[in-house]
Design a protein around this ligand. Structure first.
Ligand SMILES: NC(=O)c1ccc[n+]([C@@H]2O[C@H](COP(=O)([O-])OP(=O)(O)OC[C@H]3O[C@@H](n4cnc5c(N)ncnc54)[C@H](OP(=O)(O)O)[C@@H]3O)[C@@H](O)[C@H]2O)c1
Length: 285
């Protein structure tokens, strides 16, 4: 029997590679894109077992309209992969309200809106007689560790971690498994999208640190892990009967855990300050 999976944000990066892998493995994939050009390109690449859904996750009318295609095509979803996301860097003090709200709406609030819309297909309804589906949220290590000047993103991913736990505990009655994948730097376009993004803060007190941001981004990008690691992990979560509740994917996972969970806050604050103010142009984590 063909199994259906929905992935948000398949135009590039993690979403696109997951579409490639899951489609290769025989799944029928619904993938969201934001424009007709991406929809046509992907339909050409995947003429069978792929349906593009065109919506911006912030546009609930468009999401609802697209969801009708899914409800008309299948009776159940094997998995929903909440992947679409952006990173809006900048100091909390100076970031505009509009940028802050956009960050939270795309990475967090839209995840709840989309999840709730598709929950009946995942099994959260009394008369559902299929196999309960899985929800895989693409979170981040920024959901476990707060980096300065990446605050809005960290806040969105921390809240997504929380949302993942709450859904998992609430949806247990239906047998729906909810999983968070927490990647460190991964080689995708998300990095390039943020180059030169700190120029708007040039007149602020923080610019002595922020002017190194592009070099930090380039350095982080160099050490970023291949995107296939995440798509392979997504496939594992989709196929495994009992996946873990969360997966950290980081080059120095052990070091990261010590930094995030075991060192005293003040020591970590000092370490971050030292890294940001020294000539070393690496991100603290
Ligand atoms: N790359 C990393 O290092 C890393 C690390 C940790 C977590 N993550 C998370 O992984 C997820 C995917 O990111 P990525 O690295 O693959 O970045 P990416 O290549 O920039 O892909 C982001 C995807 O989200 C879509 N998207 C963005 N805003 C949207 C909106 N308003 N409505 C609908 N779709 C939207 C993009 O569509 P468009 O092409 O139309 O913009 C694109 O398909 C994100 O949630 C990100 O936070 C990434």
């Amino acid at each position: 029997m063909i199994k259906h999976i929905l992935i948000t944000g398949v135009s590039s990066g993690i979403g696109r590679d997951s579409l490639r892998l899951l489609h290769n493995k025989g799944y029928y994939v619904f993938g969201s894109v934001r424009n007709i050009t991406d929809a046509k390109k992907l339909t050409h690449e995947y003429p069978e077992r792929f349906i593009p859904l065109i919506f911006d996750v912030q546009d609930q009318d468009a999401v609802t309209k697209a969801s009708k295609i899914v409800f008309d095509t299948c009776d159940s979803l094997h998995a929903l992969i909440n992947n679409a996301g952006i990173a809006v860097p900048g100091p909390l003090q100076c970031m505009s309200e509009e940028d802050f709200v956009r960050q939270l709406d795309i990475n967090l609030l839209a995840v709840r809106r989309i999840t709730n819309l598709f929950l009946p297909l995942l099994g959260a309804t009394p008369n559902f007689d299929g196999t309960p589906g899985k929800i895989i949220n693409i979170s981040s290590i920024s959901g476990l560790f707060n980096s300065p000047f990446n605050g809005a993103y960290s806040i969105s991913k921390h809240a997504l971690e929380s949302m993942t736990d709450v859904y998992r505990r609430e949806l247990r009655r239906y047998g729906i498994k909810v999983i968070a994948i927490e990647p460190g730097p991964i080689k995708t376009d998300i990095w390039q999208k943020n180059l030169n993004s700190m120029e708007k803060y040039a007149s602020t007190d923080y610019y002595d640190v922020l002017k190194k941001a592009d070099t930090m981004i380039e350095n982080a990008e160099k050490s970023a892990l291949p995107v296939s690691l995440i798509s392979t992990l997504i496939l594992k979560c989709v196929t495994k009967k009992n996946p873990k509740t969360r997966y950290i994917v980081h080059r120095k996972k052990f070091m990261f855990k010590i930094l995030a969970y075991y060192l005293p806050d003040k020591l970590v604050d000092w370490f971050i300050h030292k890294t940001l103010t020294s000539g070393n142009k690496h991100r603290p984590i």
